[in-house]
Design a protein around this ligand. Structure first.
Ligand SMILES: O=C(CO)[C@@H](O)[C@H](O)COP(=O)(O)O
Length: 229
């Protein structure tokens, strides 16, 4: 099957109602979400504590699309097996999480999962340039990880463009995360990103009681991104 480089909208459930995660996921999937983005944080690599493997396992039956799990955990290796068994489809580890990025990626693939690498804003693309065959996705952070609702960093647009040039025709997704909304989505899509994570811009104004707002928000991001291609 040819690699699918079409624009995908991956709502970050960090901005969802945690008391209603199953219903929130069903609501956004029914209204156009392509992937479900999950943000486990350890209170050490980032200054926030969020989701563990038990929560990922609990929401798994509600995810009919693709579960994209972005580990903000250092070191990640002791937890890769648990997040894999919980039902992740993609497991992304941070290049900065240590101790050995390549070993972490091998562990993810050994679990039969797709392997992503996240790069903090100050981490150069060189960190992954020599191991592209071992990577299914590069996540270019457009904020400092830890919290939703931060402002997009425009300096990362050029990094996305350089990443697109670096991977050329390889079957590697380029994901962006942080401050993605209908004004920033076209900038990163034009530069070459194809998986757009958005938390506040998807969940803002909606709820499980008013789910059509989620649909409007997802459509606005997708339409803006596609118009830039
Ligand atoms: O990984 C993270 C935060 O570290 C993100 O996934 C955020 O949850 C995105 O939120 P918005 O910037 O879209 O509100």
């Amino acid at each position: 099957m040819p690699f699918d480089r079409s624009i995908k909208i991956a709502p970050s459930i960090l901005s969802a109602d945690f008391a209603n995660l199953g219903a929130e996921i069903q609501a956004i999937e029914a209204r156009g979400a392509d992937w479900i983005h999950v943000d486990p944080m350890d209170g050490h690599f980032v200054p926030n504590l969020t989701i563990g493997p038990n929560v990922v396992a609990a929401i798994r039956p509600h995810v009919k699309t693709f579960m994209d799990v972005h580990l903000m955990i250092s070191p990640a290796d002791p937890y890769i097996g648990a997040f894999a068994k919980a039902g992740s489809d993609m497991i992304t580890v941070h290049a900065e999480a240590g101790p050995h990025l390549h070993r972490s990626l091998q562990s993810v693939r050994a679990e039969g999962k797709m392997a992503g690498v996240a790069l903090n804003m100050t981490t150069p693309l060189d960190h992954v340039a020599d191991i592209l065959d071992d990577i299914d996705m590069i996540l270019i952070m457009t904020i400092n990880p830890g919290f939703g609702g931060q402002k997009f960093t425009h300096a990362m647009i050029d990094k996305v463009a350089r990443c697109r040039a670096m991977i050329a025709d390889r079957p590697i997704h380029i994901q962006v995360d942080g401050g993605i909304d209908p004004t920033t989505a076209p900038l990163v899509a034009k530069a070459g990103a194809n998986v757009l994570v958005a938390g506040s811009a998807v969940f803002r104004g909606g709820s499980v009681a008013q789910p059509n707002i989620y649909g409007d928000n997802i459509r606005a991001i997708r339409d803006a991104a596609q118009a830039a291609l």
